[in-house]
Design a protein around this ligand. Sequence first.
Ligand SMILES: [Zn+2]
Length: 493
Amino acid sequence: MPRIAIAGFQHETNTFSPLPTHLEHFEQADSWPGLTTGDDILSVFADINIPIGGFMKATKDWDLVPIIWASAEPGAPVSSSAFDTIAEKIVSGIANANSLDGVFLDLHGAMVTEDFEDGEGELLRRIRNVVGKDLPILVSLDFHANITPQLFELASAIVIFREYPHLDMAQTGARAADLLDMLIDRGKPFAKAFRQVPYLIPLSSQATQAAPIRFIYETIPTLINGSVCSADAACGFPPADIRDCGPSVLAYGTDQSATDAVADALLNRFLEIETQFEDNLVSATNAARMASSHKGSAPLVLADVQDNPGAGGSSDTTGLLRALVSAGCTKTAIGVFYDEAVALLATQTGVGTQINASLGGRHGDDRDPPYEAVFLVEAVSNGRFKCTGAMYRDCDVDLGPMTCLRIVDVNSDIRVIVSSKRFQCLDLAIFRHMGIEPTEQSVLGVKSTIHFMDDFHPIAEKIVLVEAKGSHPCRLGSVAYKSLRDDVRIVPA
Ligand SMILES: [Zn+2]
């Protein structure tokens, strides 16, 4: 029975984000569980859609040594002390687990720290220092990983989510288990190949259900056969001004030339689709105009793609809200604003009261002003509820004090959901637990880029990706990158 140490350390770093990332952000529960150690990992992650959960389920007969799992909401580079603290727990946990046959790490792949552009590569370097170069280390990464040559070299093998929205996180953990099993049986390293794609793709153009990215992920399964046992592609996380930002592909097998050929084929697929990306963003003014004239029987869903907290946005920009009010939109609900002060005020004054408040606009140098208005407090909660969509199904989230506010305005009818912790608006339960039935709205605003699509697409008449202010840039041509590799093209601009 293989004896395998398991750990997780997840952060998607947006180097343009105004939100800091400290140890407390890894410790607290939010959309995912808080920092978890030891045997608690076996129960906390058993049934949720997360790589370590899928890995554990696939290896229930193995002797697992759970060490630590921690994740923080995407934001600015991880503080040195947070990184060192969690990395040290992982490294010492592995060092103290005797007679290991392997290690499984549930990582994101786009972690930048105050000291290291490649947080995961640095973690692997420290682990290799104590286990040596031969112990199998299997790593699962997010679809949005910015993979460095260092990480590729130090990991025995890497598997990556193949869906955006990420419905296959647990499934990816299970693939990691299969690959680790093969590696242990083989008793020697795989042949492996890694290629970096020479252009960036904004998250707003990365949905795997849509062309042209769909063609990449349709190709992958057709390439895995014979002497090639695994291949994957990461689409990269562009709001990271680092050398190795961008998409990449990798493959593992038993024959080097066949493995190289698969990596080359996947790289070529990326090059073939490069000219097929379209400008799919609509200005907030035009989106609000569409919203005010929307007469359909199902909601028009407007995604505030550049203020997505799941990509490091502050989730409190007011551009889309302001446009919807100006256009006189009715039967409209928008979520989720991150504003702890307003959420607290509303929960203290209570349902049925009116409050004067300055909503949002609290973070970043180039921020929208707060939205100042009188609001009617329609609902309050402790922010604890269960998600119901496929991506976060059965996850117990904890967003702190929350409220649903109705803007007191004779010319519009707009409600806003406000939370005390950031959470991407990707699940219908967010609206329902605050008393808003999303299917009965004419217009829904969501601070999300792509993840909302899985739960919201079935109830939407139409989806529009809206370009308003936010610290998650999707118009990459206007980003002042300084650190990219010389050969990286910032397209589609
Ligand atoms: Zn992702």
